[in-house]
Ligand binder design. Structure first.
Ligand SMILES: [Zn+2]
Length: 254
């Protein structure tokens, strides 16, 4: 049985740590210190490192953690990932025998050029592409690419647990309520997320079912979301890529 633990890093990052027996793997270690402290406190050995994309708050700790250790460092091919040993693309797999785990790799460009997600154990590690009730900024790709990537993730089963890179949920829900004001599931989600944050707990993981029901960036064909995008632009658009691009830009200014 693999346990998945969030290690908080920086202001609002999570380093997701998978552990089984005395072995552990970490996803997106932006800094080494929280990982080293956890491993030594728990008496765990690091068996693998997985990176979703090249941003420093996701890869900044890799070099120090991998130093002197003969462990695989998985990450996207085509992005500068420190100490990378296994460059991965669509349909590759990340195997971690020490944990008895294997993940399918999905290419999800948009936030960065070659961003990847890891899917396995009913769980999705999606970095800065899909957030709880939101999505990452489109830095290196196009809105069409980002929307296609989000749709690829949204096609996974409802019960898939979503482990994203940041605790942005409450702010994302506030924006989602502006875009999709009649969505009752959003009000419920906000109350639930607030209770968790008030108790000092992460709002993650969420599930893909929950995201499909409440995340405006996965709902670009819903009439209410299309209408809000049109109000924001003061024009009449209807195609999902334009709707996505409009609400993504609106979120940047929100
Ligand atoms: Zn990023």
């Amino acid at each position: 049985m693999i346990e998945i633990v969030p290690l908080p890093a920086f202001k609002d990052n999570y380093i997701w740590t998978l552990r089984r027996g005395g072995q552990a793997a970490v996803v997106d270690p932006g800094e080494a210190a929280p990982v080293q402290a956890y491993l030594s406190r728990e008496g765990l050995s690091l068996a693998a490192i997985l990176a979703t994309h090249h941003h420093p708050d996701h890869v900044g700790g890799i070099e120090e953690l991998a130093k002197g250790a003969k462990i695989p460092v998985f990450g996207p091919k085509g992005e500068p990932i420190p100490a990378l040993t296994h460059p991965l693309g669509q349909d590759d797999r990340a195997d971690i025998p020490a944990l008895g785990a294997s993940f399918a790799v999905l290419e999800i460009p948009g936030h960065t050029r070659a961003h990847i997600a890891y899917y396995g154990l009913g769980s999705l590690f999606c970095g800065d592409t899909l957030f709880a009730c939101g999505c990452g900024r489109v830095f290196e790709g196009t809105p069409a690419q980002m929307l296609a990537s989000l749709r690829k993730l949204a096609a996974l089963p409802d019960e898939t647990k979503v482990y994203c890179g940041h605790e942005y949920t409450l702010a994302n829900i506030r924006f989602a309520r502006a875009v999709d004001p009649g969505n009752a599931a959003l009000a419920e989600r906000e109350a639930r997320a607030r209770r968790l944050r008030d108790a000092g707990l992460p709002t993650l993981p969420s599930t893909l079912g929950e995201e499909r029901a409440t995340n405006p960036f996965l709902r670009c064909t819903e009439p209410a979301v299309v209408e809000s995008a049109n109000k924001y632009l003061g024009s009449r658009i209807g195609d999902p890529v334009s709707v996505f691009a409009a609400i993504r830009e609106w979120k940047n200014r929100f």
